[in-house]
Design a protein around this ligand. Sequence first.
Ligand code: ADP
Ligand code: MG
Length: 227
Amino acid sequence: MSMPIAIDVDRLNFSFGSGVLTQPVLKNVTISIQQGEIVLITGPSGSGKTTFLTIIGGLRQASHGSVIVLDQQLINSDEQAKIKIRKQIGYIFQQHNLLKSLTALQNVSMTLEMSNTMTEQQRLDRSEAMLAAVGLGDRLDYKPDQLSAGQRQRVSIARALVGQPKIVLADEPTASLDKQSGYEAVSLLKRLAKESQTTILLVTHDYRILDIADRVVELEDGVIKKV
Ligand code: ADP
Ligand code: MG
């Protein structure tokens, strides 16, 4: 039995600039990713990985080809469609992007503040459970500066997952971590994602973590090399 398709990209073309300054960045990119699948996109710096991720995440508008995310067409879509998609996606960035003045618990729970179906206590309880799941149950009241780089990235993982997203997009999540904590962070992300059938699209040029993937795809100069 095959799972539904979470991300379906067909002949996506994307360029920066216009006229003589046009720089093609993604060239006929075609890929389908099933719900619950963990796909790593690797490839050299400048090959278009971040650009691709931002289009999938509804953070950047593309206008050529087809990009269907959770049954929503994002090519030439309006802002409402992109907002709807963003609400169903968790993001993890290279730098943790945590707010320095907030504790780990506050950083995670603020993600849930858009939800009007939960009380504040429910938001805090869910966030606390998520932080416990990433091994930080005893660091709830610590601020980012009081945590190690690996712990901060685990807070980011908790923040990305706490809203129970269908898809997590991660851009070089291990780039600021040493080998050991980088591997631990992505293994943890994988375990939690598999428990909840969350789809993960992770871009990296960190070859040390490729084995967590169900599938590795290489992007070179805007072209997918192998699928
Ligand atoms: P990667 O994440 O694989 O390193 P990027 O998607 O960031 O690659 O960049 C792909 C290409 O697009 C690079 O040549 C980069 O210089 C260019 N690029 C990225 N962002 C912009 C932007 N906002 N404006 C113009 N060019 C950009
Ligand atoms: Mg990048």
